[in-house]
Design a protein around this ligand. Sequence first.
Ligand SMILES: NC(=O)c1ccc[n+]([C@@H]2O[C@H](COP(=O)([O-])OP(=O)(O)OC[C@H]3O[C@@H](n4cnc5c(N)ncnc54)[C@H](OP(=O)(O)O)[C@@H]3O)[C@@H](O)[C@H]2O)c1
Length: 238
Amino acid sequence: MSSAEGRVVLVTGGNRGIGRAIAGRFVEEGYRVAVTARSGEGPEGTLTVRADVTDGAAVDAAFAEVEQQLGPVEIVVANAGITKDTLLMRMSEDDFDSVVATNLGGSFRVVKRASKGMLKARFGRVILISSVVGLLGSAGQVNYASSKSALVGFARSLTRELGARGITTNVVAPGFIETDMTAELPEATQAEYRKSIPAGRYGSAAEVAAAVTWLASDDAGYISGAVIPVDGGLGMGH
Ligand SMILES: NC(=O)c1ccc[n+]([C@@H]2O[C@H](COP(=O)([O-])OP(=O)(O)OC[C@H]3O[C@@H](n4cnc5c(N)ncnc54)[C@H](OP(=O)(O)O)[C@@H]3O)[C@@H](O)[C@H]2O)c1
C-alpha cells in the first residue's frame, strides 16, 4: 500500500475541464477525493460538495462536509477559474474584480481554510493552478494574467510561512489545454496560438493532471515554491 492511499484531496471546480481530470487521476491513484462544484458532479468515485469560491462561508461549509465525510483535507488543488477577456480600454471594473475574486481570492479562501488541518497534521500539499499567460502576459487578459501571476507570489510566500511544517506549495502553469475555456476562442485565434507552441499542439487536461498528482506525491516532498509549466514549451520554463 503506497503512502498516498487514503490521503484526502480537495479539488475546486472538479465538475469539468482540468479540475475534473485532476480529480479523476487522484481517484485512479487511490486517494480519497472530494471536488467542489457550483453545478454538476465530479467524476466517478469522488464526493461532490457545493461551493462558489468567491463566497467564504460556502467554502467553509464545503470543507466541513468533506472533513465530516472523508477527514481533514491533506492535499488541496485550487483550480476553479474564469476568464473575462477584453482590451484594457474596454475592461470594466467588474470584469477585473470578478476574475481576481475568483482566481486569486478563491485560491486564498480555499488554501487558508485548508491550512488549518494541514498545520495540525504537519503535512500538506497546496497546488495552485496558474497559467502560462500569468508569466508571459497576454493582450486582452490584464485581469486574468494579473490573477494568475499573483499565484506565484502567493505560493512563494506560503512556502516561507509553512515550509517548515511539512507543507509544500507549488504552482502548475498550464499552456493551452483543450477544455471549454479554450474552445470559446475563435478558430483563427486557436490556430495562431498553436503555431507559437513548440510542441505544435494543445495539451490535454490529463497532462496537467499528471503533473499535479506528481506534486502531491511523496516523491515531490522537497519541492516547494516552484512553478511547473505544462505548456509544450510555450513559456520556455517560466
Ligand atoms: N484551458 C486552458 O487552456 C487553461 C490554461 C491555463 C490555465 N487554465 C486554468 O485551469 C483552471 C481550469 O480551467 P479549465 O480550462 O478546466 O476551465 P473550465 O473548463 O472553464 O472550468 C472552470 C471550472 O472552474 C469552476 N469555477 C469557475 N468559477 C467558479 C466559482 N466562482 N466558484 C467555484 N467554481 C468555479 C467551474 O465551475 P462551473 O462549472 O460551476 O462554472 C469549472 O468547474 C482555471 O484556473 C484556468 O484558469 C486553463
